[in-house]
Design a protein around this ligand. Structure first.
Ligand SMILES: Nc1ncnc2c1ncn2[C@@H]1O[C@H](COP(=O)(O)OP(=O)(O)OP(=O)(O)O)[C@@H](O)[C@H]1O
Ligand SMILES: [Mg+2]
Length: 421
């Protein structure tokens, strides 16, 4: 019996590197997880001591006769940890906080835990008062994402990639109506947009593009777009017409006594419009004072669409390298209206903060850790309001063009947008 067990152990040890390469999840279940769980328990005391998570039961001050003695107690007590539980490609362990401790103290120690446990990352969350949940991910699942198969989703939802935990990353405009996509150059903004458009192209949705980089990115989808503006002048005109359409929809809802187009009966419901803006900064840059009026016009129209659009089936997806107030007050106001956030690799902390900071500081740190060799990797907010790393599906220009051509007949004309479906 013992001999058989020893044989099995040797066999596992020998086949482990091959298994790890070929079938990482099987390897994790058979070898990685048991070894990882032992390592977690083995190193916990030392980790907790070194990271200041252990707390001495005795107070740091003592009275000896009439003299007050100061010092550290000899035996700090480590926080109580449950058994590490298996998770696909990782493990989860629950820890009870000492009185007076907060989850942030554990978040700071996350990197040290990742090193000690030889895993890719350790995330810290708190599911109930007095406890933290440490989730270790064995390797970066986004390095080579294997996309789960998803069935076509409901109207205005797009399955654009994969979350770090393996689930499909779905952007749904019915849940979060407007999105801001931020990232440095070649970080994957346009690719994510292409992925979104490819998913919305087969749906009964009007797609409108504003691409001031000469239309290089969005013209790939030209056949499926109801309109494409490639200069600020065209953009101002296009946005003006969209505001008119939105206002007309508002009137119609008021006449029908409903508060959104989605409450209108099927036949009276107008087709949803998605306005895609690639490189938003170009809309706000002023070369001369003559541009001022046009910038103001564009800025007001975008803001109006963002404020009114959600209930009236008009959605914004705005991408840009920078979205700072240096571009003008209009950008800050617009940013506040775009609740959905995706932050790719950024050049500075300020940009990540602008994209994510007002929602969660932990997300800013994660965005700053994205490196140049990970295009398409981003920190994004899910429907539940929590953030996670995700990677978009690579959509090549050829694929984009083919999708657009295949569904060109579905592109409604501008005149149809004002009327019912
Ligand atoms: N999800 C992805 N998976 C793999 N590679 C990707 C992904 N997204 C982008 N890339 C690679 O990164 C390159 C740059 O991506 P993209 O053009 O989308 O960047 P960008 O942020 O729009 O840059 P720019 O600001 O210069 O327009 C792409 O050509 C592609 O090779
Ligand atoms: Mg781009």
């Amino acid at each position: 019996m013992l001999g058989a067990l020893a044989g099995l152990g040797v066999l596992l040890a020998l086949s482990s590197p091959v298994l790890r390469r070929r079938a990482p999840y099987v390897w994790w279940g058979m070898c990685g997880y048991p070894a990882g769980a032992v390592r977690v328990m083995w190193t916990w005391r030392r980790l907790a001591d070194l990271q200041g998570l252990s707390v001495a039961k005795r107070p740091p001050l003592a009275l000896l006769g009439g003299v007050v003695l100061k010092g550290r107690a000899l035996k700090p007590v480590k926080p109580r940890m449950g058994l590490p539980r298996w998770k696909r490609g990782g493990l989860v362990v629950r820890v009870r906080l000492h009185p007076g401790q907060i989850p942030e103290a554990y978040a700071v120690a996350g990197e040290a835990m990742a090193h000690a446990w030889r895993v890719f990352a350790v995330r810290v969350a708190s599911d109930s008062r007095g406890f933290v949940v440490l989730t270790a991910t064995a390797w970066d699942p986004l390095a080579s994402p294997s996309l789960p198969l998803v069935r076509p989703g409901p109207l205005l939802s797009a399955s654009v990639g994969q979350w770090e935990d393996g689930r499909a990353w779905v952007v749904n405009l019915r849940r979060v109506p407007h999105w801001l996509i931020v990232g440095a150059t070649r970080s994957g903004k346009s690719t994510l947009m292409a992925s979104l458009v490819s998913q919305w192209a087969p749906q009964r949705v009007a797609l409108v593009g504003i691409d001031l980089k000469g239309g290089m990115e969005l013209s790939l989808f030209g056949a499926r777009l109801s309109a494409l503006a490639t200069s600020r002048h065209e953009a101002a005109e296009l946005l003006g017409r969209l505001v008119e359409i939105t206002t007309a929809r508002m009137e119609r809802c008021r006449a029908a006594g409903v508060r959104s187009v989605w409450e209108l009966p099927g036949k009276a419901r107008p087709v949803p419009v998605v306005v895609l803006v690639d490189e938003v900064a170009e809309l706000y840059l002023m070369a001369s004072s003559a541009d001022k009026a046009e910038v103001a016009q564009v800025s007001t129209a975008l803001l109006r669409l963002a404020q009114l659009g959600a209930a009236l089936g008009v959605h914004l997806v705005v991408a840009g390298q920078r979205v700072g107030s240096d571009l003008g007050p209009g950008v800050t106001a617009l940013r506040a209206q775009l609740a959905g956030r995706v932050c790719h690799r950024v050049m500075d902390k300020g940009t990540a903060e602008m994209a994510l900071g007002d929602l969660d500081p932990g997300a800013v740190t994660a965005a700053q850790e994205i490196t140049a060799d990970q295009p398409g990797v981003a920190v994004a907010f899910g429907d539940d309001g929590g953030w996670m790393r995700a990677r978009s599906l690579l959509t090549t220009p050829g694929q984009a063009r083919r999708v657009a051509e295949r569904h060109a007949a579905l592109a409604p004309s501008f005149a149809e947008l004002g009327s019912a479906s």
